[in-house]
Design a binder for this molecule. Structure first.
Ligand SMILES: Nc1ncnc2c1ncn2[C@@H]1O[C@H](COP(=O)(O)OP(=O)(O)OP(=O)(O)O)[C@@H](O)[C@H]1O
Ligand SMILES: [Mg+2]
Length: 594
């Protein structure tokens, strides 16, 4: 099935973007006080763990050799106390960091959600919902990973490395130099292994998300799959994907399992070289046993951060590219936004005027969809827009709501240029019903009161009765408390429309925009829907993208839209008599149907 694009692996471009990290760390500045505490605690932890080998050295060289049992016990006590300090310090800063990073992520997610809500329709035109969802959930989690791993891995490990190296050099430059021979091998080995393992995990992740996307489509499109009898094909494809996931997982685990032993072995080799040099070149004296032991411990401690840093780096570049995608959205400016000097649109009567409006969609600015559209609609008038599919009907009505800005010309509501008033004051006075009557999951009551949550139950009932939604809701077992699922599942198309009518009527807008759904509904509901529409159109200026003959015939004026403009206008009788475009459209669409 070539149609299914879920199988395509989205290429990840990975590079280390310092500005993303800088930005993230800048967010940390909001938590200055806590960060200072965390830093002090990390320093304490690093200090304690680097002192340890020095104590061992002292124990061996001073206490054990001299048989000083009392001193031995004292030192043991000191070490235990330090262990407690280390434990408490580490626990505490990890806790504080967890709180900080969670808090930051919640804030970023909140900001992102609000930002996306304000981005405007053009943003959603260009992106599948699934991808947006992935940003708000998955990519933000990666942001958290960058943050946590930077503070919990990078900072303490880098610090430890520096301190340990300094101590080693001070203790014995010769031994440090000889140990240094093993260091490049370990660094390169660690980097190489974590790189390969990381790539394989990435591959597994991609295969896994392909599979999830496939399942998602399979569930959403199950009725289409079944009606085309494509289950077998779909199952076969799915099995193939599962195999790929398993294969990718195995290959990642394979490398993963090689990684630790390799590091251990090279670490062991490094230590052996150190012992060898210590014994043969320096000669072991009573005084140096402790020093060499301490050195071996430092060497061991030295490998750990290197190993962590190698895998940290690989994780970081992936997570940074996810984090970058989050910031990319954060930086997007909505195309439609309030002018700096925007004023509040006062309460309107409902006059609408288009003056030489030209328009192109933002993603294709050179393709003019509307040219020079001009008309005036008086308050209370009902205007039906008809025309072939793709003619620009939806486009015209979405400009009234200012979902997009015009390319040229202006639109006035009660004489106010809509690009000079606030979007909020404009839209709050419009009733907009799109082709997709989206209902939210929740009760019918919540859905009907969506635009006016403070409406009383009486007002809600009145609106529902007026559009005949009450009749069917009343018959439901739980009435207005009936829970519907996302997109209005559990209701028929017609019922969904009636509920959407009630929702709009309750806000009692002065201007109504109705993009009639074309989907066919049963005749009984159809009559109700027609009556509902008539009720909605009363007492307000209405623009109806109409497919129902009754709506068209009852309209005060009909605009025939084609070729990016108004081809003809007039009422049903005059347009029929003219025998032009409307006559043709009418003959083609309705005569055979009625
Ligand atoms: N978001 C968009 N981005 C780019 N082009 C678009 C977008 N929406 C619509 N178009 C294009 O604009 C033109 C007019 O589309 P519009 O949706 O206004 O048609 P319509 O008259 O409402 O059709 P229908 O009766 O099928 O709903 C079409 O050619 C369409 O391809
Ligand atoms: Mg349309």
């Amino acid at each position: 099935m070539a149609i299914n694009s879920t199988k395509e692996d989205e290429e990840l471009k990975e590079s280390l973007k310092m500005d993303v990290i800088k930005r993230l760390l800048k967010n940390l500045l909001d938590y200055k006080g806590k960060i200072v505490v965390v830093t002090l605690l990390i320093l304490t932890g690093v200090a304690v763990s680097t002192i340890y080998p020095l104590l061992i050295e002292k124990i061996i060289d001073d206490e054990i050799y001299n048989g000083n049992v009392k001193g031995l016990f004292t030192m043991a006590g000191v070490m235990m106390a330090l262990a407690v300090v280390h434990f408490v310090a580490t626990r505490t800063w990890r806790r504080i960091m967890a709180v900080i990073s969670n808090d930051m992520i919640i804030n970023i997610r909140r900001k992102l959600y609000i930002h996306i809500q304000n981005l405007g329709v053009d943003f959603f035109d260009q992106r599948p919902a699934g991808k947006i969802l992935a940003r708000v959930t998955g990519d933000i989690n990666s942001l958290k990973d960058v943050l946590t791993s930077t503070v919990t891995t990078l900072a303490p490990d880098a610090l430890s490395l520096v301190v340990i190296l300094a101590i080693m050099i001070v203790k014995s430059p010769v031994l440090t130099l000889s140990a240094a021979v093993a260091i490049p091998i370990i660094v390169v080995g660690a980097y190489f292994f974590s790189y390969v393992a990381h790539k394989r995990w990435q591959k597994w992740k991609k295969k896994d998300s392909n599979m999830i996307a496939f399942i998602h489509e399979g569930i959403e499109g199950v009725s289409v799959i079944q009606s085309f009898n494509a289950q077998e094909e779909s199952n076969r494809e799915f099995s193939g994907m599962v195999d790929e996931v398993v294969h990718a997982f195995r290959s990642a685990v394979f490398v993963n399992d090689l990684y630790s032993p390799t590091i251990e072995i090279s670490g062991g080799l490094g230590t052996a070289v150190l012992y060898y040099l210590a014994v043969t070149k320096l000669g072991v004296t009573q005084d140096s046993v402790g020093t060499i032991s301490a050195f071996v411990m430092y060497l061991g401690m030295f490998f750990n951060p290197i190993r962590n840093l190698a895998s940290y780096y690989n994780k970081l570049i992936t997570n940074v590219s996810s984090a970058e995608r989050v910031y990319e959205i954060m930086d997007m400016e909505p195309l439609v936004k309030d002018a700096l000097d925007a004023t509040e649109l006062p309460e309107i009567e409902g006059d609408v005027e288009f003056s030489h409006v030209g328009f192109a969609y933002p993603d294709e600015p050179d393709v003019d969809i509307l040219h020079d559209v001009s008309f005036k609609a008086k308050q209370g008038e009902t205007i039906a827009l008809v025309g072939p599919t793709g003619a620009g009907k939806t486009t015209i009505v979405s400009l009234i709501s200012r979902f997009y800005n015009t390319k040229s010309g202006s639109i006035y509501v009660d004489g106010h240029d809509i690009s000079k008033v606030t979007i909020q004051s404009l839209r709050s006075q419009l009733g907009i019903m799109t082709q997709d009557n989206y209902l939210f999951s929740g009760t019918l009551r919540d859905n009907i009161k969506y635009g006016r949550p403070d409406a009383t139950d009486e007002e809600m009932l009145a609106a529902s009765k007026a559009v005949h939604a009450h009749d069917f809701i009343e018959k439901m077992e739980k009435g207005y408390d009936t829970e519907i699922t996302e997109r209005g599942g559990g209701l028929s198309n017609g019922q969904r429309q009636l509920v959407a009518f009630a929702r709009t009527l309750l806000t009692d807008p002065k201007i109504l925009i109705l993009d009639e759904a074309t989907s066919s509904i049963d005749t009984r509901t159809e009559i109700l829907v027609q009556q509902g529409i008539e009720e909605l159109l009363k007492k307000r200026t209405s623009f109806v993208v109409a497919h129902r003959l009754s709506t068209i015939k009852n309209a005060d004026r009909i605009f025939v839209i084609d070729d990016g403009g108004i081809l003809e206008e007039g009422n049903h009788e005059t347009l029929m008599a003219k025998k032009g475009a409307y006559y043709d459209l009418y003959s083609a669409q309705f005569i055979s149907a009625s």
